[in-house]
Write a protein that binds this ligand. Sequence first.
Ligand code: CMC
Length: 388
Amino acid sequence: MIVGMDKSDPGIAQGLQGVYFTESKISDVDGVNGKLYYRGYSIESLAKNSTFEEVCYLLVEGKLPSRREFLGFDRQLRSERQIPKPILGIIDEMTGRAHPMDVLRTAISALPAYDKDAYVETREENLRKSISLISKFGSITAAIGRRMSAKKYVRPDQSLSHAANFLYMLNGKKPTEKQAKVLDLMLILHAEHSSNASTFSTLVTGSTLADLYAAITAGVATLKGPLHGGADEAALKMMREIGEPENTERYIEDALGKREKIMGFGHRVYKTYDPRARIIRSTLEELQKSSSPEVRKLTEIALREEKMMIEKLGKSRGIWPNVDLFSGPVYTSIGIAPDLFTPLFAVSRIPGWCAHMLEYWEHDRLLRPLESYTGPLDIRYVPIGKRS
Ligand code: CMC
């Protein structure tokens, strides 16, 4: 019998929990020991030593680049930043009417119209499209942010790094080295995370041999939800509802009493402290002295949430801080509005999505699971006029 064809015992894994669907050499998430590796390199070593551009190369090409390889890759990334004019029109038209993630998704899905080789399906072309997408996600998201604050579009500056250019296009002035470094770190930490929901959805779409733009559009759509990428915005919203640090414990107690979820906690794979959250937490601590009263207040709230949740649900239920708990205060410290947090997550995750798609297409197999039908069968058809 073919696996999964036994209808009497379908062995359902709700939410596909614990199901392996393929092999991959891209990243390893160790949910027991709280470890994360990109292509074998620990997230701590990449956060300390690398840059987002280099991590992009590592993810899509499979190894760290030589200096010459890096310069070529970086040059290509910088040269792809310009946004086609009609896409700017889409951004202008939609921003303010729809959530920025919907604007980003629509803009990305329109890109093949301005790529003459959009449907050339060689590995080489898909690699070129990947580099273009990594670059354009930054520019498009910055342009959306700019439009959200009713300011004029800023053209990309090729002399700047990916992170610095993003902040420049968003704010209209060059960031400090420290601001660019903080964003670069956040981009690295969010760049890849194995078969999370948005990556899986990218692969489901790509496995039908739809093109890269279609697959990535599916990834953006999936990232939006508050159980996944949208949790960073939702976590900050929750902190704002808490308002003052001394309200934190009462708020959490009430929310848990109503069986509500506390955003920024829990994970399908990590049943311990998320290693990315640890790094972001220590970055936030480093930023504290120079940060605004608002950021200091948000940090205090996040730390009180952390303490209480670990006591209540950490050790007993395996619900620990995840990457989204401390991200909001960090983004706020570099002047990024909450509406832009999830699009910024997409700016970080695009190399991961592309890397997985390139890898999966090397041995493509249509992703098509089963569901166990539990409804009735052979019901007699009654014409519409005779139905009661
Ligand atoms: N606060 C309170 N209770 C929680 C939380 C939370 N954050 N997370 C899980 N639980 C409880 C949940 O209520 C359920 O309880 P019960 O068994 O009594 O009904 C139990 O834990 C299992 O929850 P689940 O949602 O079925 O577990 P999951 O493995 O599907 O959850 C999760 C993973 C991330 C969807 C969930 O932890 C969650 O909703 N967290 C809040 C949203 C969030 O922060 N998401 C970001 C995840 S990390 C970034 C990313 O991957 O995008």
